[in-house]
Ligand binder design. Structure first.
Ligand SMILES: [Ca+2]
Ligand SMILES: [Ca+2]
Length: 544
């Protein structure tokens, strides 16, 4: 998986560090196929090998990524490969995939160039996938590539595919077999657009390959890669799932940095619409492509506008919560890093060298982070994780030292203090150290302030404060204009007989709101007593 980045690319992107496209930087990805499931978009792609063999597509497996905000993508690695199919004996030809969910199972349709279309099934979007039929789902000729599947609202599922023709079958409910014949879509200028350039008997209209079939607001869409080369993205629509199709025009022309192929995947996610495509911006080679994404808005009539490729990509949906455990392989832009399978599950970031970094976009620290924790491993002497805001040379809010752990998969947790990380920023995890690989990185998280105990108590802490007390079965929350930070405070819980149940809190705090988990107690009336210095404040609460 080692990616050797050519010098021209480094120069090209050193001036574009704010870019979020392409989506994946550590390897080459093509033929994007988004699938919305739960609160995430899963992005399946084909995978152009770092080493192109015989000056042609060199593709052996399929990748998966997921995002809940459209800008930070979690790497799930290789989720399927040609090796999963026992009925073929080839080590190349893993082309454009699509995965769809039905009744809690995930069906990954993949073409194996020259061998037909295979199907894999899994119980989770990220696998493990296996071949349930041990043969091609459809195979008549080389033309059987680029499958796209869709389950209509009446439960009938369809599989379309093909280059240079377009065919479909009606899938059975098991999604791994079909009924009836393979049907051929008739091409006319009206259905798939008048082709420009030299006449091509096999390609009478603009349709070339890479169909993407779906329904939106009762209109059926067939997005496709159109010719002549270099490919553009065009589309046709229909009032029914099998046509007749009406050509609607070009969505995306071949633009600066594009490859001779293109392939679109379209989805709606959290009230926005997105189109994924690929280009060759990271390699300048049509056999080493990179997936990108843009946001767009449908016309009132369901039309898709002309879309221009951008470096910035879509807006972030919401923000990233740094107090959750964030996989290190959740990346908006990774410079110099690779990913690999982690012995503790999932993936980890590796090939971390001095100066490499990971950008995570739109991290909301809220009132402020107090410390940082990272799960790391190193077979050398480690290095450092610098936590920087805004850019790789931005404000340093903490530095986490990593030492040798005796193995690249011998994991340990390291922490450091954090100062000055408040509000929303792009976070740069910048790696520094000596030469060679420094360490591996599994996940990270920030921690909110720890409330410490102060030895000297100053009186007057509660003076002038209106403290509101809220309670439910599980917690007690105190809300105040300000709990004086320099004063020790104690919060006690008493039952109605005056017997103390527990101490909820003891120490000092800068927070305006304090929330405490309650022990398992019976319903009834209780007293919350707040003590600071020589003062006390009590409040009756009812626990339902
Ligand atoms: Ca590196
Ligand atoms: Ca991980």
């Amino acid at each position: 998986m080692k990616l050797l980045i050519a010098l021209p690319f480094v120069l090209l992107f050193s001036t574009a560090l704010l870019a979020d496209n392409p989506v994946i930087q550590n390897l080459y990805s093509a033929d994007p196929a988004p699938m919305v499931y739960g609160d995430k978009v899963y992005l399946y792609t084909s995978h152009d090998d770092d080493v192109t063999e015989n000056n042609f597509f060199t593709m052996r497996d399929w990748l998966c990524y997921s995002s809940s905000d459209m800008v930070n993508w979690t790497d799930h690695g290789i989720v399927a490969s040609l090796k999963m199919f026992n009925w073929i004996n080839v080590n190349n030809g893993g082309w454009a995939p699509q995965c769809i969910e039905r009744d809690g199972k995930f069906y990954l349709y993949v073409p194996i160039q020259g061998k037909g279309i295979g199907v894999l099934v899994a119980d989770s979007p990220t696998g493990p996938f296996k071949d349930p039929i041990n043969k091609a789902l459809v195979f008549k000729s080389w033309d059987d590539i680029d499958p796209t599947a869709f389950v209509d609202s009446d439960g009938q599922a369809y599989l379309y595919w093909g280059n240079p023709g377009l065919w479909y079958v009606k899938l059975n409910e098991n999604m791994t077999s079909y009924s009836g014949n393979i049907e051929t879509i008739q091409f006319t200028d009206q259905s798939f657009g008048k082709r420009s350039g030299a006449a091509d008997a096999k390609r009478p209209c603009t349709y070339e390959e890479g169909p993407w079939f779906y329904k939106r607001n009762n209109l059926y869409y067939m997005i496709f890669a159109g010719g002549p080369l270099p490919e553009h993205i065009g589309y046709s629509t229909s009032s029914g799932p099998t046509g007749p199709w009406t050509y609607k025009g070009i969505i995306m022309t071949s633009q600066q940095g594009f490859a001779f192929t293109n392939h679109a995947g379209v989805c709606d996610f959290k009230d926005n619409s997105y189109i994924f495509y690929h280009n060759q911006k990271l390699s300048n080679s049509g056999y080493k492509r990179s997936v990108c994404v843009e946001q767009f808005t449908y016309g009132n009539d369901g039309s898709i506008p002309s879309i221009t490729a951008t470096q910035n990509g879509p807006n972030q949906i919401g923000s990233l919560n740094p107090y959750d455990t964030i996989q290190a392989e959740t990346i908006c832009w990774g410079q110099g890093v690779e990913t690999e399978v982690c012995s503790d599950g999932g993936m980890n970031v590796g090939n971390i060298e001095n100066g490499d970094y990971i950008k995570v976009k739109g991290v909301d620290f809220g009132a402020g982070a107090d410390s940082f924790e990272a799960k790391v491993a190193s077979n050398t002497s480690g290095g450092k994780i610098e936590l920087r805001l805004g850019s790789a040379t931005g404000t340093l809010v903490g530095t986490c030292g990593v030492e040798g752990t005796g193995g690249w998969q011998n994991w340990t947790t390291k922490t450091c203090d954090v100062y000055g990380a408040t509000g929303k920023h792009d976070l740069y995890l910048k790696f520094t150290g000596g030469s060679g690989s420094l360490f591996n990185f599994d996940w990270w998280r920030f921690k909110e302030p720890y409330v410490g105990v102060e030895k000297s108590v100053k009186s007057g802490a509660l003076k002038g404060n209106e403290i509101k007390v809220y309670a439910d079965k599980k917690s007690v929350t105190l809300k105040s204009g300000s709990f004086a930070s320099n004063n020790n405070m104690k919060v006690e819980l008493y039952d109605f007989s005056g017997k103390m149940v527990c101490t909820l809190f003891q120490g000092k705090t800068k927070q305006h709101d304090l929330s405490f988990n309650l022990p398992a107690i019976r319903s009834g009336t209780y007293l919350v007593k707040i003590l600071a210095g020589s003062e006390a404040f009590t409040k009756t609460i009812n626990i339902q």
